[in-house]
Design a protein around this ligand. Structure first.
Ligand SMILES: *Cc1c(COP(=O)(O)O)cnc(C)c1O
Length: 298
């Protein structure tokens, strides 16, 4: 959709490769101007608009801080100024959030995550109007690649059948875990859009339904090594990247993350990104509890 000379606004909190695409590749190699904006702040979005702004790309909830941006309001800002809006909907999944119904032009999904749901296949999808998708199909899929293999597509279609059942359990488990974490002495903060303490809980409530997804970030009052030891104590929850699998996955995002400067203050000492799985909730809570106990964090 973009050509050299165009301008893009994108969320300050996005999947790492999206950050690098906009912040390092498109601007330095393809002469596309890009501006990083905290898109949870509508005034900041309005201020960043330029005459050549052609695209706003937001991620909500944002990976990894769970920052929430107002899809409907940003769609209005984009369209009033002749720009398109694309939304990375991976953290919410289409079960909890439908960007197109809220006015977005594109909904982008990593199928690798909740839609496949079993951590065994990779894929992606872009949902939008036919006139735009035709461009992607005829120009990009053929000429640049980025086409899914039939076997991966088949696995993802099998996985997608249970999306609704799994998401109900992810939503319920994550809310319970978030509420539990808030009661733990050694926990410094909990970021989950379903908590009233989330700075944009009201916007999340308005655009996410029936739940807030399975992703939580939280901090502990501890040094770097304690974070790593905490993770090594876990028995049910697996320390691994990726997310949206049936099983619970956790990663420690340390103080050296290249985008630390874009995160809210509480994230600056390192934090955990926790993809809450569909296991029995008592098993998840007990696992966290025994790990907190071993590091005197309870
Ligand atoms: C993982 C992820 C992606 C990329 O998906 P892959 O299928 O791993 O390429 C994009 N956006 C978000 C928010 C993600 O979490």
């Amino acid at each position: 959709m973009l050509k050299s000379g165009d301008h893009v606004i994108f969320s300050s909190v996005t999947y790492i490769a999206v950050y690098r695409l906009f912040n390092e590749l498109l601007n330095s190699k393809f002469h596309i101007e890009t501006t990083i904006v905290d898109t949870s702040d509508l005034n900041a979005v309005r201020k960043a608009i330029k005459p050549n702004t052609k695209l706003i790309h937001i991620e909500t909830p944002g990976n990894p801080t769970l920052t929430i941006s107002d899809i409907k309001a940003i769609a209005e800002i984009a369209h009033k100024n002749g720009a398109l809006l694309s939304v990375d909907n991976t953290f919410a999944s289409p079960f909890n959030q439908r960007p197109i119904e809220l006015g977005a032009d594109f909904s982008v999904e990593s199928l690798t995550k909740y839609i496949n749901g079993h951590g065994d296949a990779m894929g992606g999808a872009i949902i939008g109007k036919k006139k735009y998708l035709d461009i992607i199909r005829t120009q990009l899929q053929i000429n640049l690649g980025g086409t899914i293999s039939p076997f991966n597509a088949w696995l993802i279609m099998r996985g997608a059948v249970t999306l609704a059942l799994r998401m109900k359990q992810h939503n319920e488990n994550a809310l319970t875990v978030a509420q539990y974490l808030q009661t733990v002495n050694g926990v410094s903060f909990v970021a989950y859009p379903g908590l009233e303490s989330h700075p944009n809980h009201n916007i999340a409530k308005a655009q996410m339904f029936p739940g807030f997804g399975g992703m939580i970030s939280f901090g502990i009052k501890a040094d770097h090594d304690t974070h790593n030891r905490f993770i090594s104590h876990l028995k049910v929850i697996t320390p691994a990247v990726s997310l949206g699998h049936d099983e619970s996955l956790i990663v420690f995002i340390g103080e050296n993350d290249e985008r630390q400067y874009l995160y809210p203050d509480e994230f600056h000492n390192g934090f955990f990104r926790f993809s809450v799985g569909i296991e029995d909730i008592e098993d998840i809570i007990e696992d966290l509890k025994q790990a907190f106990e071993k590091e005197n964090l309870l």
